[in-house]
Design a protein around this ligand. Structure first.
Ligand code: SF4
Ligand code: SF4
Length: 510
């Protein structure tokens, strides 16, 4: 099969690894739709930032697409019902989060009818809306970055508009082994992906977009190429990149595609780029053009421990048990369940956890997780050679063990993308990435604590200021009354004093 012409002029990618793909087994079937399950479990925090606040109560009947929880705080996203049914609980439930095991969830008992909310009357064509209105609308769709970061897309785009921008980059680089959901999405829904790109370009007032796909995905390249030819939008260009892990990281992709280096601690917008996952782009299209908020996604169910590996279109909130069961269930050798891929995923101990907006893969392995075979560092330097950020993982490891925050910052811990390359090559089997992840979590806790203390200080100061202002106001009023009374004569002074006395008496009685 010939593939459409695609550009190859690329910037430099540091470090990284060529890993076995392990994807063929899950891409032999078309994307399969999982039917409405009996129960949906929808975590209130499926995004970076504060959990959303429920707007429905227990016992309430909800429709597919109905708002269940509204965003809280500046970095949050709404949650919508993935099917119709009754809210039977709002309670703590096991989830697959990086730094916690349980989180508040809305549990829906589905009625199986899948009745949708009435279509919105607010369905004006996207290009008739001013960019600001379009951004606000994207915010309401509960859309978050589906590549794994789950940053609320609306906020990310709004922040981006404060910077001078040049390129939109759609990330179709799915370099982690086993995961093939973006590949399948591009093969089957290329028009939606490109439709989303046009919406994003309008919202960001951009005239240049790269759709980036790895060269080992000829079917996806073909599908995007054909959809592009049909669309005839010359602002969108398809770009192929080689398959090297982790070329799909945002900063690595910007470097590869534009040869611009995102500064340490910075964002792609610092070098004029906005990166969105291809799945996010398709989700934006479905919300803006078809009125469907983010209530389902494509997920890869795969690994040697699953009977029929495949890609599924599943409703957000479907339990992993239901997802695996749809893929034929576990085989006799299944030993370990991972949410995500083998490099960045998280091993979980129960399949009661729900599929969430971030779930790109459900991986079942036939080996148990290995703990405790760690040996001392031999200073071989292998970890530094593969680090795509050019960090010194062995140094970071020393400082993480010593909990030395200032050195960790100096050596760039916050730039670590937790790709796992250093772990994989370490001959001493040191779990470097999880040490870095834990150290970052401690940083975050400290930052949250500082932010809480700062908020408390501001509240205290503002209360004191308010009390002082009220006191001044009272004194001013008293002075004015005294001056007026002086003018009016002695009987008026008595009257004022009596009034004040009565007022104080009433207050005391209360
Ligand atoms: S790869 Fe492992 S043993 Fe080698 S320097 Fe890095 S941490 Fe030490
Ligand atoms: S996990 Fe962090 S330190 Fe290790 S290779 Fe990846 S970016 Fe570098």
């Amino acid at each position: 099969m010939s593939t459409p012409a695609a550009t190859y002029d690329l910037g430099k990618l540091y470090g990284g690894l060529r890993l076995p793909a392990e994807k063929t087994v899950s891409t032999s079937l078309e994307i399969q739709r999982i039917p409405v399950p009996d129960q949906l479990v929808l975590p209130l925090a499926q995004h970076a930032g504060e959990p959303a606040h429920p707007v429905v109560g227990i016992g309430e009947y909800v429709l597919k697409g109905q708002l269940l929880a509204e965003p809280y705080g500046s970095l949050s996203a709404p949650v919508h019902a993935s099917s119709s049914g009754k809210v039977v609980a709002i309670e703590s439930w096991p989830v697959s989060r990086r730094f916690g095991e349980n989180a508040p969830c809305i549990v829906i008992e589905c009625d199986g009818d899948d009745t949708p909310v009435a279509p919105s009357k607010d369905m004006a064509p996207y290009n008739s809306l001013p960019p600001n209105a379009l951004l606000k609308r994207i915010l309401q769709g509960g859309i978050v970055g589906l590549g794994g970061a789950v940053f609320p897309t609306g906020q990310k785009l709004m922040q981006a508009t404060t910077m001078p921008l040049e390129y939109l980059i759609l990330n179709g680089v799915e370099c982690e082994p086993y995961i093939s959901c973006d590949d399948m999405l591009m093969r089957e829904q290329a028009a939606e992906v490109l439709g989303g790109a046009q919406i994003l370009m309008h919202a960001l007032a951009l005239d240049a977009c790269y759709v980036v796909v790895e060269s080992d995905k000829p079917d996806a390249i073909m599908a995007i190429g054909e959809a592009l030819a049909e669309l005839g939008d010359e602002r969108i260009v398809l770009k192929q990149v080689p398959t090297i892990y982790p070329s799909g990281g945002e900063d690595q992709l910007v470097q590869l595609v534009t040869n611009r280096e995102v500064p340490s601690g910075g964002l792609p917008t610092d070098v004029g780029c906005v990166v969105q996952n291809v799945g996010t782009s398709a989700a934006i299209y479905r919300w803006i053009c078809e009125g469907e908020p983010l209530i389902s996604r494509v997920t890869t169910v795969t690994g040697p421990g699953v009977r029929s590996p495949m890609n599924v279109m599943a409703r957000i909130g479907t339990t992993i048990a239901d997802v695996v069961s749809f893929a034929g269930g576990y085989n006799e050798e299944a030993e370990q369940l991972i949410i995500g891929g083998p490099m960045c995923g998280k091993s979980v101990t129960t399949d009661r956890v729900p599929l969430v907006k971030a779930t790109n893969c459900v991986l079942v392995l036939t080996e148990k997780p290995v703990y405790g075979n760690e040996q001392p560092c031999i200073r071989c330097g292998e970890c530094a050679l593969v680090c795509p950020i050019q960090l010194l993982p062995q140094q970071l490891y020393w400082y993480a063990c010593a909990d030395n925050e200032s050195k960790l910052r100096t050596y760039g811990l916050t730039d670590c993308i937790e790709c796992g390359c250093c772990d994989l090559v370490c001959p001493s089997h040191i779990p470097l990435t999880s040490d870095f992840r834990n150290a970052k979590a401690r940083f975050q806790e400290l930052a949250d604590e500082k932010a809480r203390a700062e908020r408390a200080r501001l509240r205290f100061e503002s209360r004191n200021e308010r009390i002082a202002n009220e006191q001044q106001q009272r004194e001013r009023e008293l002075d004015e009354q005294k001056a007026a009374a002086k003018k009016a004569g002695p009987s008026a002074i008595d009257e004022i004093l009596n009034r004040r006395k009565n007022k104080q008496q009433n207050k005391d009685d209360e």
